[in-house]
Design a protein around this ligand. Sequence first.
Ligand SMILES: C[S@@+](CC[C@H](N)C(=O)[O-])C[C@H]1O[C@@H](n2cnc3c(N)ncnc32)[C@H](O)[C@@H]1O
Length: 233
Amino acid sequence: MGSVTRASLDKQPQEVAQMFDGVAAKYDLTNDVLSLGQARLWRRAVARAVDARPGMRVLDLGAGTGTSSLPFAEAGADVVPCDFSLGMLREGKRRNPWLPLTAGDATRLPFADDAFDAVTISFALRNVHDPDAALREMLRVTRPGGRIVVCEFSHPTWAPFRTVYTEYLMRALPQVATAVSSNPDAYVYLAESIRAWPDQAAFARRMQQAGWGKVAWRNLTGGVVALHRATAP
Ligand SMILES: C[S@@+](CC[C@H](N)C(=O)[O-])C[C@H]1O[C@@H](n2cnc3c(N)ncnc32)[C@H](O)[C@@H]1O
């Protein structure tokens, strides 16, 4: 009955939650190291795309420890960080006790219809067992005219860089993670799940199919990360 340390690509919710429980303590540090400092740049780009204003109701889904929610709170928005890993939420509560961290599953959100002006999800949708259901749920809780911003690892657009990146990702990531993470196996899953994720255009189609309008995207770090945005009709 050993505890699960690494989720498999079928993303059983229990396994995914336990995997994140296991990395919670060192999660943010590991991010900074493995992304070679790019994580901060990506977060700034998300903040600009969401364009949070005082009084705006923002849902940050898959918020983990709440680090991704801080820019919205700093902009004066009423941000609700939501996650289903109690380990990540606990770590977030310890660091930022004032954040209204909320337990909830992305595919069955504990919020009313039209409850938010904007919904955003950073580096989390790839881990959700049914991302299409999550996209529909995010639409349900967004008011008409509100927006979604999805920040997720994607596929580098320049082929030579894509090859180097895939090699770095598949070979070096778990080794580097051994030095800094509390659970290096989780980073084997990270590499596998990034490879299996749809490319920019395919993911844009999935957003449209879920009912989102005016879908567009922008690449960051040559497409290592993509920011997709859309509007609730
Ligand atoms: C890589 S972390 C990202 C955390 C944060 N958004 C950030 O940018 O640092 C992914 C998070 O997604 C959460 N997650 C995965 N599947 C979920 C689901 N079905 N419902 C809610 N949260 C989920 C995990 O628990 C984990 O905390």
